[in-house]
Design a protein around this ligand. Sequence first.
Ligand SMILES: [Zn+2]
Length: 226
Amino acid sequence: MKKTIKVLCVSDEVDLFVYSSAIRERFGDIDLILSAGDLPAEYLGFISTMLNRPIVSVAGNHDAQDRALDGPIYHYHENADSIPGRTILPGRTSFSIRKEAGLTILGLPGCKWYNGGNNQYTDLWMSLRLLRMMPRLLLRRLFLGRGVDIVLAHAPPKGIQDAPDPCHQGFSAYRWLIKYCSPSLFIHGHVHLYDSQLQRTTKVGDTQVINVFGHQVINIELEDHR
Ligand SMILES: [Zn+2]
């Protein structure tokens, strides 16, 4: 028996189709909201409040550093703990795996280092960070079939929907994360798609890599016994 989880993903740009008084009519059946970063807190707050659904968000390079220090996945709201049904993911020392709406989500903030600004990391740093998580992810893959259901990152994997300039190059560490962890979705933003002809989705093995710049609604089939 399968059920469909409907996920509203947003990233990088305030999308007026979402930031609208008609949001409930357009997205009222959404189960979960994911933000891939570089968005104002007011916007994420608006979406989460209007739809009354949990939101999971990673920090982008244009988000304040203090949010990233609170954890790789953070909630937009200062006192999120006191708001029922909302999510905050602390975790100063390790990247977090979180379960929401029946889906396991690994959050990876930031982009590749290019000028020393907020939430920028070298490929080596990201590789070491992910290596530390690998035993746990591999065990999950062995017993559950997938390391996680969704990787929610700000930056793309290297060579997949990234760009050649230093700021928008993807992490090579994300390539082997996809290979060994086999998430069903790898969601990212960071690379702006002002041309609708540009590629949004790439299949890598069993993983769909999706650039959710603006907004995207994704339906995820889930076994109901979980
Ligand atoms: Zn960015």
